[in-house]
Design a protein around this ligand. Structure first.
Ligand code: NAD
Length: 504
């Protein structure tokens, strides 16, 4: 062991059982049991004031017929203790199994997924020694609502849901986190140049909330260039807030470029519940080989101790972990000839951290942006509601059709629908195929599927009731046209609540 500064051993005196905070513990699948054992050994040796209650969730539960992967006794323990440390879970392929992670996040209202990603230069090789950012990813909405349908033989659909209250409390949490950690910039990433209604709502909410935090620089970027810049120049980012899918992708990118995806820890924060886990998955390719890096789960556990108020143990473990890296003791994913001193397996790495409890590394890790590495802020008990509901006017309907006759000629369909609309409250405005206008005045080069969106609106934008839509659908039915779904077209306080078709 190299020379290191010594800390007071008193900081890691084990607490008595009475002082220990109960926490549910799921070891997970694949590499989960190995990394969880290593992490628990470190917490135990450091005297962390937690008492783990092991629960079984995941792959075996799925295969035993528990459709959520979470048996009742596990739910009971999680709901009782309100804090969960969780190893990665394998979702079995096929068979329609739902992701257990998504179930837990949504059922417990864990709306913010916080993923700190920082370089540990000079002890871990990275091309980005100054990177130190936190990704705050929305955790319950977006395409992860998992509402999908096959609508025609050719076309499937996934519903993307973005709510204003859901966006608001996530974005507010991101600004609160920036404030509490002394971070001065929050970047919002969306694709609102394309998804003007859903991502547009997230972006507008970001702008609105940002006004409450004048000391913090609020910036928006389109997700594609934002991801590219984050991969190339991560040091320009500080706090990043994003809807679920984008946040999922950029956080793996960010975790990987710190040196290894195995270094990423994450916290899922809700009102009264919290779940801590590694960013990475169950890595079946290296499971059972004692080679996985337990650092991601260890960093998540450190974040959990801070959350529970056991700050001194959190710092003791963090320093010991840094000392281990500084001594060149690396798991296979971090090992580099010349820079590393020894390659260690999962268990040996955990033991090396234990050996260094009470020490800190010589020298300092490159100073990051977060001036305060304190506990994550608690989630506010709020689901913001607007004071008055806007005036909602129904003035049209998109009728989606499964139509595969007449060589899929859009002009044949369009003319037929114009005739069909006669005598109803609506005019046919446009027919699109995969969002592109094909009638009227489409171009023959547009390749058409069997899935058609037929937009009907009242001639002067006047409001109608459901009755008028049912009358229109009755005409579809009588004409033998197979409508597969409808979407009502509303204005809210006079503002259009739906996107225009491309070319409309
Ligand atoms: P993965 O993160 O498990 O693995 C991706 C790559 O990173 C693999 O090469 C793996 O060996 C490596 N890797 C991951 N963790 C590592 C570690 N700690 N140390 C060293 N190398 C590590 O992603 P995947 O292969 O796409 O997914 C495998 C399974 O994990 C799937 O069933 C997936 O659904 C699940 N998954 C679970 C979670 C979770 O529980 N939070 C997250 C992501 C994926």
């Amino acid at each position: 062991m190299s020379a290191r500064m010594s800390e007071s051993r008193a900081t890691r005196a084990p607490g008595t059982n009475a002082e220990r905070i109960p926490v549910a513990l799921a070891e997970g699948d694949g590499i989960g049991p190995e990394i969880t054992a290593a992490v628990c050994a470190v917490l135990d040796a450091a005297g962390a004031r937690v008492a783990f209650q092991p629960i079984t969730v995941g792959e075996q539960c799925f295969l035993d017929g528990v459709t959520s992967g979470i048996p009742q006794d596990a739910w009971d323990a999680i709901r009782e203790h309100r804090v969960l440390l969780k190893g990665p879970i394998t979702t079995p392929q096929g068979g329609g199994y739902k992701s257990l992670n998504v179930t837990l996040r949504k059922a417990l209202g864990l709306f913010a997924n916080v993923r700190p990603c920082r370089a540990w230069h000079p002890w871990v090789d990275t091309r980005h020694p100054d990177m130190d950012l936190v990704i705050v990813r929305e955790n319950e909405e977006d395409t992860y609502a998992g509402i999908e349908h096959r609508q025609t033989p050719e076309v499937t659909q996934c519903l993307k849901l973005i709510s204003e209250p859901g966006s608001e409390r996530l974005i507010r949490y991101a600004f609160e986190l920036a404030k509490s950690q002394g971070r001065d910039t929050v970047h919002c990433l969306t694709k609102d140049n394309i998804m003007k209604v859903t991502d547009g709502l997230f972006h507008r909410t970001f702008d609105r909330i940002a006004a409450d935090y004048p000391g913090i620089d609020a910036k928006h970027m389109i997700i594609d260039i934002g991801t590219a810049l984050l991969a190339d120049r991560p040091e320009m980012f500080d706090v990043v807030v994003a809807p679920n899918l984008y946040g999922d992708i950029v956080s793996d990118v960010a975790a990987q470029i710190t040196g290894s995806v195995g270094l990423g820890g994450s916290a899922n924060i809700g009102e009264g519940f919290a779940m801590f886990e590694a960013v990475h998955g169950s890595a079946p390719d290296i499971a059972g080989q004692d080679v996985a890096n337990p650092s991601g789960l260890l960093l998540a556990a450190i974040e959990m101790l801070r959350y529970l108020g056991d700050t001194s143990t959190a710092e003791t473990i963090h320093n010991a972990w840094l000392a281990t890296l500084a001594d060149g003791l690396h798991t296979a994913d971090l090992y580099r000839e010349g820079r590393s001193r020894r390659k260690l397996g999962t268990r040996a790495f955990g033991e090396a951290v234990i050996d260094r409890l009470g020490t800190r590394p010589d020298g300092d890790v490159r100073k990051g942006k977060g001036a305060t590495q304190g506990a994550l802020p608690r989630a506010e008990d709020s689901w913001p509601r607007a004071e008055a509901r806007p005036d909602k006017v129904l003035h049209g309907v998109d009728v989606f059709l499964d139509w595969d006759t007449n060589d899929r000629n859009p002009d044949v369909l369009g003319r037929r629908l114009e005739t069909l609309a006669e005598g109803t409250a609506f005019d046919l405005v446009i027919v699109t195929n995969r969002g592109v206008k094909v009638y009227p005045d489409g171009i023959p080069e547009t390749r058409c599927t069997d899935h058609w969106r037929c937009r009907f609106r009242t001639p002067d934008g006047d409001g109608v009731g459901h009755r008028e839509i049912l009358d229109l659908l009755a005409k579809f039915e009588a004409a033998g046209l197979d409508f597969i779904k409808t979407e009502n077209l509303y204005t809210f306080d006079g503002e259009r609540g739906y996107s225009m078709g491309q070319g409309e």
